[in-house]
Design a protein around this ligand. Structure first.
Ligand SMILES: Cc1ncc(COP(=O)(O)O)c(C=O)c1O
Length: 388
């Protein structure tokens, strides 16, 4: 057996992130996976092609017919994702919303009911407010910190419980093992969005979720240069999702897959550094007179800090924190405008720190902590406070 055929899937997280999925290219012996910019794959004879079509109908590993369904560069990403999420199968989509809509629509039909947590990303909220109801799917939004609310919202036709593990933007942490129990007791699929934490901080499939989705645009990509969506779970669940993904045309481009291959290799390093920086920043913000309160799961003041300690891995708490200043909108704007390192921008999970002020949430300032030197960030936020 060649050294290049080694199974890395049982090795440590960092080794998996770097090594899994990328086989040496057999003709040139190139170590890095090429960008396979091809829509189709050529076969020798009609008979061989016909045989491939029959096998492809049930989706088969390493079988390539058309790149809307499978592409070798994207498949290398899929294998890395499976190794990091601990899943039997995974699907790499064009963006997070493609991942979410495919995961939901493959599990919900007209007449079904779905329960969703009350704090979610804007477009996810639109799915539950407008898009699903318009297709005849009943939706309920519930506050999930009191898990009794989920039990109370159950109906005979409830098919799915959906939530964000650490919610956008309020950073509420869901008790995954407890909620999984309720969902499964009622025969529901438990689908969770783990965008805000990444598999480096928490692996939902190990805590009772059936399907995990991500906006891979965030921590997976990590450099703000590509969009990506991830769905992971059992082969059976992914076959259902894949049918929608393929027919809706939710695939990612081979070039973006290649960016992901490079990015995922450093995801463990990045997320650990972002988490260390976020904890230092959160503690520092708590000492400032201008600040009313800080929300960060690594702080003892966070309502689910004990839960975070139980279910997060490696003693890290992620890179997302929220700061509420004592004074209102004007102070929020003055503070944000005076910063020099973080751009004022949406999105999160990048190596660069991003600030995202939200007047709609009581002037919350969401900070996606990057990998800069934390002393420089603290110095920058200090001078911004001094200018207020
Ligand atoms: C929690 C969460 N889920 C999903 C999405 C959607 O991801 P995308 O922009 O990649 O479609 C976002 C985007 O910010 C998000 O924050």
């Amino acid at each position: 057996m060649s050294r290049y055929d080694t199974d890395y899937t049982k090795m440590g997280l960092a080794t998996r992130a770097i090594k899994v999925g990328e086989a040496r290219e057999p003709i040139t012996k190139a170590l890095n996976t090429p960008i396979f910019e091809t829509s189709s794959y050529g076969y020798e004879t009609a008979e061989e092609y016909d045989e491939m079509l029959k096998r492809g109908a049930d989706w088969e590993e390493d079988l390539f017919i058309y790149s809307r369904t499978t592409n070798p560069t994207t498949d290398a990403v899929r294998k890395k994702v499976m190794a990091l999420e601990g899943s039997e199968d995974a699907i790499i989509c064009s963006c997070g919303m493609a991942a979410i809509s495919n995961a939901l629509l493959s599990n919900l039909n007209a007449g079904d009911h779905v329960i969703c947590s009350d704090d979610t990303f804007m477009c996810t909220s639109s799915m539950f407010a407008d898009i699903l109801p318009a297709k005849g799917i009943e939706t309920s939004r519930v506050e999930i910190l009191d898990i009794e609310n989920i039990e109370k919202a159950m109906r005979p036709n409830t098919k799915v419980v959906y939530l964000e593990v650490l919610s956008n933007p309020q950073l509420k942490l869901a008790n995954l093992p407890a909620i999984a129990q309720i969902a499964h007791k009622h025969g529901c699929k438990f689908i969770v969005d783990n965008t805000f934490l990444s598999p480096i901080v928490l692996k939902p499939l190990q805590l009772g979720a059936d399907i995990v989705v991500h906006s891979g645009t965030k921590y997976y990509v990590g450099h703000g240069d590509a969009l990506c969506g991830i769905v992971a779970g059992s082969r059976q669940d992914m076959d259902k999702v894949r049918y929608y993904y393929d027919n809706f045309g939710s695939h990612i481009s081979p070039f973006n897959s290649w960016l992901l291959l490079r990015s995922i290799k450093t995801m463990p390093l990045r997320v650990k550094q972002q988490s260390a920086n976020a904890l230092a920043l959160a503690k520092w913000f708590e000492t400032r007179d201008e600040v009313d309160f800080v929300t960060y799961p690594g702080l003892e003041s966070h309502k689910q800090h004990e839960l975070a300690k139980q279910i997060f891995e490696d003693g890290v708490f992620g890179g997302m924190l929220c700061v509420h200043l004592k004074d209102g909108y004007e102070q929020m704007c003055k503070f944000v405008d005076a910063t020099k390192i973080p751009p004022v921008a949406t999105s999160l999970g990048d190596v660069v720190t991003l600030v995202f002020p939200k007047s709609a949430y009581n002037n919350l300032i969401r900070i996606s902590t990057g990998c800069e030197d934390v002393n420089d960030l603290i110095a920058d936020f200090t001078q911004a406070f001094e200018q207020m």
